[in-house]
Design a protein around this ligand. Structure first.
Ligand code: 2HA
Ligand code: ZN
Length: 273
């Protein structure tokens, strides 16, 4: 059996967490990532029939029964993952009844998956229903997006429109827009359910005064969505207090969408002229 620390999915989680820490989006234990793996991929490195221990959960994840994920640990620091993956990451499989998880590798110091596991699992369930290629849920505290939630209307149409106008790339990357939840307590089922409800339609959900959730078919896609939104939010925070001389119009946003074969979320742009 090959050493799991050399597996591409462990290496990619190490590189991703280090990069996100370097960007300043994951201070202390901020942020968490879960990445659904293929059983055959994992079997090259681990005996999946010999779990290390069982960890109970207090919500129902039976839709994900048997699915295997690599997940950052609760209380763990993104900055430490790269040098100590076996303590900071875990590979878990959802039990058949959906009420607990079997730990297959990691969390060696007795740890557990991220406190945001309800939001992650409920979001995986909703995204998989609309996109069978979906694999990744990524949460972080990207600075300018959080800042923007203090000074911008939280209406998801208005929030999306402002971001779309900040740089041409936004309509190319997230024509489906971004959802925004008002401030809520984190780390519980309630915010998990609210997030997952939005994930039925959106790949991106902002938590006001907290951070963002991005999803995708792989780590790069989820990260790419978040970094594009964060870049647009950074531009907004640089210009919001300055006199605006010109911007991108809705008609120009239609031109971008058409050029890239994208369909902007219905009702978010003013009608074509
Ligand atoms: O994992 O980011 O939302 C720590 C957090 C909680
Ligand atoms: Zn957080």
């Amino acid at each position: 059996m090959k050493d799991v620390k050399t597996a591409p999915f462990v290496r990619d989680m190490c590189k991703m967490t280090a990069n996100m820490y370097r960007l300043g989006w994951d201070e202390r234990n901020g942020g968490n990532i879960s990445f659904m793996l293929e059983e055959d991929q994992v079997k090259e490195y681990l005996d999946i029939d010999r779990p290390v221990r069982n960890i109970p959960m207090d919500f129902d994840a039976s839709f994900l029964a048997g699915k295997i994920f690599i997940v950052t640990g609760t209380g763990k620091y993104f900055k430490n993952v790269i040098d100590d993956p076996e303590n900071n990451l875990g590979i878990i499989r959802v039990a058949q009844d959906g009420k607990s998880i079997d730990l297959l590798w990691g969390y060696e110091d007795g740890g557990r998956p991220t406190s945001e596991l309800p939001a992650h699992f409920m979001s995986h369930i909703e995204r998989l229903k609309v996109d069978p290629d979906h694999r990744v849920v990524m949460h972080c505290h990207c600075t300018n997006v959080v800042a923007m939630t203090f000074i911008h209307d939280l209406d998801e149409r208005e929030f999306t429109r402002t971001l779309w106008r900040m740089c041409t790339e936004c309509m190319v990357v997230f024509p489906d827009g971004i959802s925004v939840l008002p401030w809520m307590l984190c780390g519980n089922d309630e915010i998990g359910r609210a997030t997952a409800e939005k994930m039925k339609e959106f790949r991106l959900v902002v938590w006001a005064a907290h951070g963002i959730f991005g999803t995708g078919k792989d780590l790069d896609e989820a990260f790419g969505l978040i970094e594009t939104v964060e870049k647009a939010a950074e531009l907004y925070m640089k210009i919001a207090h300055l006199p605006i001389k010109q911007s991108i119009t809705d008609q120009q946003l239609w031109i971008v969408a058409d050029a890239f074969g994208n369909t902007p979320r219905e009702g978010f742009l003013e009608p074509r002229q």
